[in-house]
Design a protein around this ligand. Structure first.
Ligand code: CAO
Length: 416
């Protein structure tokens, strides 16, 4: 079942093969349906925002009007996704605008268009995008582009809170209130990524959550990142704090593998996951998505940063593929980029633990000699599935994670 949410044609229009017909959105994906034929649109079977049913005709296309050939029906198809992939992380949006030649080039090279970031108008995928994608697949790191970056960092306005406006000018004026209010309530269907969130979070309610919080002194890490940031930038990668948080979590998971596990439906078996596929909650225009960095246990901090840059670029373009959105084994949510201290993160089943990070703040703390110093403090809030993880395990893991971040040099000892 799909919800038609945007239409590009009307009855009587001529269409060519691969022209966009409409956009449909399910709880799994937003997909642009293109014409299979050259012809004339004779009938639209649905109005905008109506529910269209999989397998039923969507549009009648007369493929050769001059010869009076019978109308052809284009049918609604489900987004390309297999049954076993149906988890919370399949929130996927892939509008793939591309010419037939570009589609062919992608097909010949076995590339999924949904994984390519389009740089053309309306995110149209160009030939260069495919070639760049190919180059990235074959060579580890591309030489910097003329601008000096492979993946452009997100503009600050997209990631940082808006600057406070001048308070003096914001004194509210008294409002004259009408005695009769004529506004009407508005009801709309829950669709797309929000629908997926309803399913996932409802499933998470069945999990008894154990919460554990602590504060982390990131003074040394803040300094280290300042030193490493320009080096990563030269190599075309933006280095934020997340790669360190992710790597430290993976080192901790090696010691506490129960946190990187899943419990079966009947609660009879626990599966310890071999890979540390660490999910990163991302706030995007389309809603919350959680792509994951695969096999963090064998990645360097730089490799994690590079992969995170790729996921962020695809995420903000609404072009993350199924592979990036499924198979997560543990999640970190850096809500601190927006604000806040402590939170109460909700586990993403079938995972069993999640950590949420607050805003890094400069606060007074005491050093070993009892002297006050300016510390960079961040709070962390963990939630664990209390059916299989006890509080002591969560606390020990958190202590280890904390020790790696408070003394980042100690990570070197355990890096492979
Ligand atoms: N406190 C203060 N500043 C922080 C921070 C924190 N906890 N975490 C990151 N920052 C800084 C970064 O260092 C960066 O600063 P510079 O520009 O000086 O390098 C800046 O904030 C922007 O970071 P970023 O967003 O580009 O990169 P990131 O790797 O830190 O975070 C991501 C990426 C995807 C986690 C983030 O963009 C995001 O979407 N966060 C929201 C997650 C969310 O919605 N969680 C809730 C899930 S439940 O609904």
């Amino acid at each position: 079942m799909c919800l038609e949410c945007k239409r590009y044609i009307k009855e009587g229009d001529s269409v060519s093969q691969f022209d966009s017909i409409c956009e449909v959105q399910s709880d799994k994906a937003s997909v642009t349906i293109t014409s299979r034929y050259d012809g004339i649109i004779r009938k639209l079977h649905y109005n905008l925002d109506e529910i269209a049913y999989v397998g039923k005709p969507l549009v009648d296309i007369e493929i050769d009007a001059s010869k009076g050939v019978a109308p052809e029906e284009d049918v609604v198809e489900t987004p390309p996704m297999s049954h076993e992939e149906h988890t919370h992380q399949e929130i996927k949006g892939h509008k793939t605008l591309a010419t037939p030649a570009v589609r062919r080039l992608a097909m010949e090279n076995n590339i999924k268009l949904s994984e390519v970031v389009g740089t053309g108008k309306d995110n149209r995928i160009l030939k260069e995008d495919i070639l760049n994608y190919l180059a990235k697949q074959t060579g580890a790191i591309l030489p910097p582009s003329p601008k000096g970056e492979i993946i452009p960092p997100l503009p600050k306005s997209e990631t940082m809170p808006a600057a406070p406006k001048d308070k003096a000018r914001k004194i509210p004026l008294p409002v004259s209130r009408p005695l009769v209010f004529s506004g009407k309530d508005k009801t709309e269907p829950i669709t797309g990524f929000h629908k997926a969130m309803v399913k996932t979070m409802s499933a998470a309610l069945k999990i008894p959550h154990f919460g554990y919080c602590d504060e982390i002194d990131l003074t040394q890490l803040v300094q280290l990142r300042e030193e490493l940031k320009p080096l990563a930038q030269i190599r075309g990668v933006k280095l934020s704090f997340m790669p360190f948080f992710i790597k430290a979590a993976s080192l901790g998971l090696l010691q506490y593998p129960i946190l990187n596990a899943s419990l079966d439906e009947s609660c009879q078996n626990v599966t310890y996951k071999a890979s540390h596929n660490i999910g990163v909650a991302m706030d995007t225009e389309q809603g919350l998505i959680v792509p994951n960095v695969k096999n963090v246990q064998v990645c360097s901090v730089f490799e994690i940063a590079s992969e995170l840059n790729r996921l962020q670029a695809l995420g903000s373009a609404g072009q993350l593929g199924t592979n990036d959105l499924t198979g997560g084994t543990f999640t970190l949510s850096n809500i601190g980029t927006i604000g806040g201290t402590y939170t109460k993160p909700v586990i993403l089943p079938p995972e069993v633990a999640i950590g949420a990070l607050g805003k890094i703040q400069v606060l007074p703390r005491f050093n070993g000699k009892g002297e006050v110093f300016k510390a960079q403090i961040m709070n962390v809030s963990w939630s664990a599935d209390h059916r299989i993880i006890d509080g002591a395990t969560m606390a020990r893991f958190s202590n280890l994670w904390k020790s790696y971040l408070e003394n980042p040099a100690s990570m070197l000892l355990d890096l492979k």
